[in-house]
Ligand binder design. Structure first.
Ligand code: HMG
Ligand code: MG
Length: 300
């Protein structure tokens, strides 16, 4: 069992965004809305629903405004916003939480958003300023992708990741999410990165693991033992990034919930309801459920 000084766990569900952004088969807006509603009904309080990115780059999420209109106001919803145009679109909706996203490597940000890290931070200053002015109680997350390794630039030094985190915090983000974008990290690397982040309050740091090589739960365990309590995950293990070759699915939310609950840490999530939440979407994508704890929950 984990020490009692682990604060309340927060699970940040990214399936509707990170999961669906990479799928070739289009999912209708109503089906996405039903997915989000099922996830909320299963007890997930924070859900990244979509992205206000260019529909030319990510057509899968081109219906962001329609989706949010369909969902109506929901307190825990968030969406990615890369630039001023994305902010303009986001502010036409009721969204109260946004995420900006850069990386620890210029090579990745150039492929992902057509800007180097410095240019992305300049764009985010404008996005965050505009968002705060429009949403006085708004909440902003800042992603740092390739926090362990970049598919183009190789391994990334923890001190370098820390510098990008500091720049995002200087811009006023409420939380950093550290992305193991291509799912390579192992627990020793989590400890090593954390040792470069000791100046940042742990409650401001989320861990975003992809489970490409089956190491995501081991990495969660390492972060938990260090006192971190915020974890990103994707229902049914959906996921990947179109600009990160080899990025497999995200850590499945079912695997995360099972692991946490079995470890004596409450999540507030009904595992059975969660296991069923992604089934209609998986069906549309022509896939069978594959996440281990999801399969076990469906069988039980
Ligand atoms: P760009 O083409 O360089 O933008 O895209 P531009 O400013 O040159 O504009 C070109 C056209 O796009 C213009 O339209 C703009 O109005 C339009 P035109 O005049 O040609 O008709 N445009 C937009 N339209 C709608 N919404 C917008 C927008 N911006 C410009 N926001 C841009 C730059 C950043 C938009 C583009 O590169 C982009 O959309 N990239 C997004 C890529 C993406 O979504 N990647 C996946 C998310 S990140 C991830 O998955 C990692 C993460 O999970 C963590 C981890 O795992 O590590 C978060
Ligand atoms: Mg991701």
């Amino acid at each position: 069992m984990y020490p009692l000084d682990v604060p309340a766990i927060r699970i940040f569900e990214v399936g509707p965004r990170d999961g669906l952004q990479n799928e070739a088969t289009p999912v209708p807006t109503e089906a996405k809305a039903a997915f989000v509603r099922s996830l909320a009904a299963a007890g997930l309080a924070e859900i990244e629903a979509t992205s206000f990115v260019s529909p030319k780059w990510v057509p899968q999420l081109g219906d962001a405004q329609a989706l949010l209109a369909e969902l109506g106001p929901m307190p825990g919803l968030s969406a990615l916003v890369p630039n001023a145009k994305g902010l303009e679109r986001a502010l036409e909706t009721t969204i109260g939480r946004i995420a900006v996203f850069t990386a620890a490597s210029n090579a990745f940000t150039l492929k992902n958003i057509g800007m180097d890290v410095e240019a992305s931070l300049a764009a985010f200053a404008e996005v965050i300023g505009g968002f705060r002015a429009a949403r006085l109680d708004g909440w902003v997350r800042g992603y740092v992708s390739t926090a362990f390794e970049c598919p183009y630039a190789g391994r990334i030094a923890p001190d370098h990741v820390a510098k990008v985190c500091d720049r995002l915090l200087d811009l006023g983000v409420d939380e950093i999410s550290l992305g193991d974008t291509i799912g390579v990290a192992v627990p020793a690397e989590v400890r090593s990165l954390a040792s470069s982040l000791t100046h940042i309050p742990k409650a401001k740091v989320a861990w975003h693991f992809h489970d490409t090589r089956g190491t995501a739960i081991a990495n969660v365990a390492a972060a938990l033992e260090l006192g971190y309590n915020v974890f990103d995950a994707s229902a049914g293990g959906l996921g990947g990034c179109p600009y990160a070759p080899g990025a497999g699915g995200n850590l499945a939310t079912e695997d995360l919930v099972y692991f946490l609950e079995r470890s004596g840490l409450e999540t507030g999530v009904d595992l059975g309801a969660l296991a069923r939440a992604s089934l209609p979407v998986l069906d549309r994508l022509g896939r069978k459920p594959a996440a281990k704890a999801q399969l076990a929950a469906l069988a039980g």
